[in-house]
Design a protein. Sequence first.
Length: 227
Amino acid sequence: MPLKVLLVDDDPIVREVLGAQLRTLGHEVVVAASTGAASEAAGATRFDVMLIDQRLDGEDGRAVMQHLRNIAGTRTARAIAISAELDAQQAEALIAAGFDATLEKPVDILRMRAVIAPDERVGALDDAAALAIWGSMDTVRTLRGMLRDELPMYRDLVEASVARRDETALRDVLHRMKSSAGFCGAMPLSRFIDATPRGDVDWANLLSRYDAACVELMPDLQASLAT
């Protein structure tokens, strides 16, 4: 579900990068370079989440958060502290001060998604991961179409490796499959690959596990290609 996010940071590069990440994840973003600008935005709009830099032009991020808690638009927003210097002890202190979560800069987009919307359902396709690589949904859809067409070929290769108990051949197809799955954000295939350890292959169930991954993937894959 798209969220309304207030991003408060005095570094224009950080505002640009984090803002782009949040928009890629489907959220609406308002950026503010100062407490004053953040207060003005909170006075005009209700926000679901606020990301607050901990060194905002000499101000302490905890004080900024407490100030925004007194404004209607950010009174109930989840508060997330962002900082370039964030060890476990500092993160605990920020949570104790009233923040709901913390993010260390530079922020990985997948970590951003998990923290911004922790209850959000993740389907069989990870759009954020794919977009982080390619930057264009048109490119992602093209690659997903190629993956859909390759799935029967991958099945044949997996089946052949099972028939011969040939782990070298299996590793080769898993390597190829991992690249395709990663580029497309195809989570069931990635999980299938990660759950196939070297030297301890469950040959009896390998093909059925591959088929199950494809069954899980196909509805979301077809829906993505239809948009």
